[in-house]
Design a protein around this ligand. Structure first.
Ligand SMILES: Cc1ncc(COP(=O)(O)O)c(C=O)c1O
Length: 396
């Protein structure tokens, strides 16, 4: 009896909080399984993780090396290095013809760090925030960990997986929403919102008092038409972006937000307390990365070629149904002709064909069992080899 009490007490001391019980990010589990095959001598084609194969642009690496040789790497101000914030403001002028005050730009630890700051600054525990499915899983998992309620709104291929204003308001009328988060180009679908679709959705959200967050991490990787920034359409939208994808700097962990003016100081206070500042070396490298545009455009042309190889090659392998690959480096394929159990399908594909891809259930708890996400951020040779392996495997 006494022992049980001690055990109970120990259990209580060690029990994780309820809010830490978020689901895993399944793509990381696929990566681990692929690594086990590679450790045994297998050659895996990696199409699971959304990570550029290229290194950071040369000017970024040189700037970081010079800063390291300079010795001290100090904290920066919580909102980020002033010259980087100004360089990002210039990027909005040059790339979108849109004027954004550098004072509204906040440097973050990747866009992942931005989500935490944005959600804390915008929402109270219990607030309902709409996210689309299929969609990037950490949106809903971070909201849950912070005590907010992610409200999943299904999108369909008929609307290129864009959330419409009517669909948002339908949900809001039943139980009010505090916010909505969308991404374009989107992960996992690779689809993009047209100017009309984004304008309509933002107008509907603002009209109903629903705060708008735009994840623009795949901007720069747009093939169907130029991506539109929400910063151009409203000063009330909160925009999140990152150096991880177009700039090829995943491991540097640096991103940014454009925030509505009244949120600058609250976010500054949060950042001061949560992180003090974003890693200085990464901020220095990020500023210089803008000078590597030619390198990044060459890499983008490589993705375009990879996309062509998959769009032409996958149907020959028997995978004929996929969404328009408008942007990012993803192709979201309907594999319902082969399976209604995408986790087992992906596992078998990895074990037998040595092609790693992510089962749709990571992105869509409703229909994801019939979908697989292929990332095409690697080399063209890898893409050709993947198509050949899939053709052999699916026709076996
Ligand atoms: C849609 C989307 N948003 C955000 C992120 C997070 O990226 P990071 O924290 O590296 O900026 C990712 C990463 O894959 C993503 O796909």
């Amino acid at each position: 009896m006494r022992d049980a009490t001690v055990l109970d007490r120990v259990e209580l001391l060690l029990a994780p909080s309820g809010r830490s019980g978020v689901p895993p990010f399944i793509v990381m589990d696929v990566m681990a399984a692929a690594e086990r095959i590679e450790a045994g001598g297998g050659h895996v084609i990696h199409m699971e993780v959304g990570q550029p194969a290229a290194a950071a642009p040369r000017p970024a690496i040189e700037a970081a090396a010079a800063a390291l040789r300079g010795g001290r790497i100090d904290y920066t101000s919580a909102l980020g290095i002033a010259s980087l914030r100004q360089r990002i403001a210039r990027h909005y002028r040059e790339s979108y013809g849109c004027s954004v005050d550098a004072d509204r730009i906040v440097i973050t630890t990747g866009s992942s760090g931005a989500f935490i700051l944005a959600f804390l600054a915008m929402f109270e525990p219990g607030d309902r925030v709409a996210v689309t499915i299929p969609g990037y899983p950490p949106y809903r998992h971070i909201l849950t960990a912070l005590g907010c309620e992610p409200v999943l709104i299904e999108t369909s291929s008929e609307t290129r997986h864009a959330l419409s204003g009517e669909a948002l308001l339908d949900v809001h009328r039943k139980t009010p929403l505090k916010g909505v988060l969308v991404g374009s180009p989107a992960n996992p679908t690779g689809t993009m919102m047209s100017r009309e679709a984004l304008t309509g959705l933002m107008a509907a959200a603002e009209g109903a008092g629903i705060r708008f967050i735009s994840d623009e991490i795949y901007h720069g990787l747009d093939y169907a038409f130029p991506a539109i920034t929400a910063a151009e359409l409203s000063p009330h939208a909160l925009v999140i972006n990152s150096f991880s994808k177009y700039f090829c700097m995943t491991g540097w962990r640096v991103g940014w937000m454009v925030v509505p003016e009244p949120l600058v100081r609250p976010i500054e206070r949060l950042q001061q307390n949560l992180a003090i500042s974003v890693p200085t070396l990464s901020q220095i490298a990020a500023e210089a990365a803008f000078d590597g545009r030619e390198e990044m455009e060459t890499i983008k042309r490589g993705y375009l070629e990879n996309r062509r190889i998959l769009i032409e090659g996958l149907p020959r392998a028997g995978i004929t149904k996929f969404l328009p690959a408008d942007g990012a480096f993803y192709l979201y394929a309907d594999v319902s002709d082969f399976t209604s159990d995408s986790p087992t399908f992906a596992k078998t594909m990895l074990e037998q064909a040595h092609v790693a891809a992510t089962p749709g259930v990571d992105f869509d708890p409703v229909h994801g069992r019939s979908f697989i996400r292929f990332s095409y951020a690697r080399s063209a040779d890898d893409m050709r080899e993947a198509v050949a392996r899939l053709a052999r495997w699916l026709k076996r």
